[in-house]
Design a protein around this ligand. Sequence first.
Ligand SMILES: Cc1ncc(C[n+]2csc(CCOP(=O)(O)OP(=O)(O)O)c2C)c(N)n1
Ligand SMILES: [Mg+2]
Length: 597
Amino acid sequence: MSETVGDYLLDRLATWGVKRIFGYPGDGINGVMGAFARSSNGRRPDFIQVRHEEMAAFMACAHAKFTGEVGVCMATSGPGAIHLLNGLYDAKLDHQPVVAIVGQQARAGLGGNYQQEVDLGTLFKDVAHEFVQIAMEPAQIRHLVDRALRIALAERTVTAIIIPNDVQEADAVPQTPHAHGTVHSGPGYRAPRVLPSEGELDRAAEVLNAGRRVAMLVGQGALHASDEVAAVADALGAGVAKALLGKAALPDELPYVTGSIGLLGTKPSWELMQGCDTLLMVGSSFPYSEFLPEEGSARGVQIDIDGRMLGIRYPMEVNLVGDSAETLRALLPRLEHKQDRAWREQIEGEVAQWWRLIEKRAQLSADPINPQLVFHELSKRLPDGAIISSDSGSAANWFARDIKLRTGMMASLSGTLATMGPGVPYAIGAKFAHPDRPVFALVGDGAMQMNGINELITIAKYRHRWRDQRLVVLVLNNRDLNQVTWEQRAMSGDPKFEGSQDLPDFPYAGYAELLGLKGIRADRPEHVGAGWDEALAADRPVVYEAVTDPEVPPLPPHITIEQAKALSSALLAGDPNAGRIVRQSFKQKAQEFLPGR
Ligand SMILES: Cc1ncc(C[n+]2csc(CCOP(=O)(O)OP(=O)(O)O)c2C)c(N)n1
Ligand SMILES: [Mg+2]
């Protein structure tokens, strides 16, 4: 049998180094599934079967985030393609290179209001606007693959290829005869060296040298520039705050690292931004202006590889288009080592105090378990090389504040779309990419019920492929959509609406056991540490269900007057849990004012 388009597609993807494709079948993409089945040469990518196409897109995004390579996902026409969308938007908004390959009805039927016929070019036109194409001829496949991967990598974005099912089954045309109108593409992409001009570096150095209290804010663009960020922070006597996607950019053990910033952030990051006279932002588009210096109060320098991201969060004096590591290295010899270290010492003092506060908050009693204790006990035990994914929800607060990352660890979450649901699929994507490393997913019960429970089936299906079996899914069983419950109270001033917020209970640990995984359930504080020890010693992936108290407030680092007012009006309006909330909030806040903090 001669090679089909499906065969050629997979071979071309292998030429690009693609090792696995996360996806789900359907008759719209069967021409490619047939090619996977014929994959005898050991060269073609693996097909990883998920429970839902959105999960395939999350896994492709996680692959990109945890390897720097392009992630690939695949779905059938119509419903499968539609299911991919939320995961693709997650990748697009977090600037990850992901390629979606989807099927379509046969060419002859298109426009015929055919079964499952959806206008996929239009559907993907926003999420994959840099490149979305329909293959109408076998000869297109070579350049569609080459361009979809190259554009995804070069633009750090999502691209899509739509292939009608009769094209998938047609004979491949790897090479067209040279003629007017034919296209002859080649594979491969290497990132360029991107550096600002000398003059702009000098201007940036002038601003940074003039500053007396420099604050740095680093994001995911600095993940590969840890040494450079540390060296520049040392020279400038700066404190460093981290946007959530950049949490692994610098280890939390460094005394001048103030940790996360924003609503989920820390008090030292707040103080750093309020007290600085100069802001150096590296590889971040952290959005919340109220957590940045007030306009006019600080001079600003920003570094970003993408010129479109410059100068949108703070009116910067110098905007540098450049790779963060290269640019910081080029800046370093231009920086004067600041002699006056008072600002740096002040920050270090606040950071030390903050860690003591976090420790105390974790130890406060709750009913039955304080979620901070669960994260605190994990943080102490994190094995070297751990990879962590967090879902959106209250887990993201505790991940941001309580988890101390060390050198060599990786961590991510849906930073920009902030969608629920990526926690478990990100962990699966991480485990396939790094089967020797321990992986942790930190997930709420709402997100588990949305999709995490189903994706446990994928873990059970594939776990035998992973040399190191340490994959732990932490579920915060608080029977509440807690993050939003607190947003209703503190932002909108409404009491908790039980109709939208209460969740049914579910036996997460028991269900894990049914699947052949290990289930651990902690419902008393004294079980929490031992539960982690057991999870880390297990011979198989674990679901660690912690029964946590929804009335422990994920307090913003600096609660504003408006938020305090909104919260009290919510309570006055008859919040069903008013009494316990006041007690828990008071306990948390009181820790800041106790002696010996
Ligand atoms: C797809 C999607 N739907 C809704 C939301 C809004 N949202 C953000 S966090 C959250 C609650 C999450 O609840 P859960 O997973 O139980 O975590 P908890 O906050 O209770 O720890 C909701 C509804 C969202 N971010 N994404
Ligand atoms: Mg919950």
